[in-house]
Design a protein around this ligand. Structure first.
Ligand code: NAD
Length: 303
């Protein structure tokens, strides 16, 4: 199939690469052309604007940082809308606001263009391996038509429901991942201060009822290794928690703990850690407790 792909950063680049490897023909665009160097070497075409990624393609994909970036690329000058025609398909892979994607869906529908939301989970390692979870909302038949391209990036491609359902699912997932991260930093600094080694705590908890993927996959690659190169930037993690608490306000759902998690992420942003990996948030707890959560191991898990 033929596709446009806009935003080839930490996630977009390996996703686009896997689409090319699966035999799809891509035209790519990013604010920084150098982000696409490897993709151009693999045979992708370059477009100078988002509009240049639309014509002649079965679908155009975006993987962009925050909702206002998606809106700018979709509706701004030389954006997707400016070049879209009836029958075109636009798929947003970013973690975006359900309300924003539903509004975009309506505006594009007026032009006969179908929008799907298809946020992903699994991080840069999952993106490179092509094993992402992909959560899709929107028209079912359009989902079926682009599924071959989604299968190139994900091992668990799930139709979640109407437009916005993918974003809602992804936001619930990421709220849990970030919340678990904050709680684990508290539990692990407690355990170490109270006399048990970090490797013992991590090993036993990973195999007990408190175990979770953040502990066995992400913490070993980032926090435990003292590696804060993103990965998944703290600014994006903070955005996702805020998308969740905003959604809670919109739907009248009480979210007391989630708002504490939100404020912990705001504190990390105020420290200037936005560009660092989201495991940096745990450093706040390390500072307050006087315990550093570093060790080499987990039996190779997460590497
Ligand atoms: P990133 O910042 O690494 O990549 C975003 C890319 O978009 C950059 O290359 C940037 O230059 C480009 N860009 C920004 N504005 C643009 C514009 N107006 N026009 C063209 N290009 C533009 O971010 P990322 O980590 O790849 O995340 C992308 C999305 O995927 C975010 O919504 C994020 O929340 C989500 N996500 C990230 C991860 C992760 O582990 N990094 C995992 C799942 C989902």
């Amino acid at each position: 199939m033929k596709a446009g792909f806009i935003g080839v950063g930490n996630m977009g680049n390996p996703m686009a690469a896997n689409m090319i490897k699966a035999g799809h023909q891509l035209t790519v665009h990013d604010l920084r052309r150098e982000s696409a160097t490897n993709l151009l070497e693999m045979g992708a075409a370059w477009a100078d604007t988002p509009a240049g990624c639309v014509a002649g393609n079965d679908a155009v994909f975006t993987s962009l940082p925050v909702p206002r970036d998606v809106e700018a690329v979709a509706l701004g000058e030389n954006g997707i809308m400016s070049a879209a025609n009836a029958g075109d398909v636009y798929v947003d892979l970013s973690t975006n606001s359900p309300t924003t994607i539903r509004r975009l869906h309506g505006e594009f529908a007026a032009r006969g263009v179908t929008v799907l939301d298809a946020p992903v989970s699994g991080g840069v390692y999952g993106a490179a391996a092509g094993t992402l979870a992909v959560m899709v909302g929107g028209d079912r038949a359009t989902f079926d038509s682009v599924k071959p391209m989604l299968d190139a990036i994900g091992a668990h491609v799930v139709y979640c429901g109407d437009i916005g359902a993918g974003m809602v699912t992804k936001i619930c997932n990421n709220l849990l991942s970030m919340g678990i991260g904050v709680l684990m930093a508290e539990a692990l600094t407690l355990g170490v201060k109270a006399g048990v080694s970090l490797d013992t705590l991590a090993d036993v908890i990973a195999n007990s009822s408190g175990g979770n993927r953040r502990l066995v996959e992400k913490f070993p690659r980032y926090l435990f290794s003292g590696n804060f190169e993103p990965g998944f930037a703290t600014a994006l993690a903070a955005k996702d928690v805020r998308l969740a608490t905003d959604l809670g306000r919109e739907y009248g759902i009480p979210m007391e703990l989630s708002n504490l998690v939100d404020q912990r992420h705001v504190e990390a942003l105020l420290r200037g850690w936005g560009p660092e990996d989201s495991d940096a948030v745990a450093r706040l707890q390390e500072e307050k407790s006087g315990v550093q959560l570093r060790f080499d191991g987990m039996g190779g898990a997460g590497t």
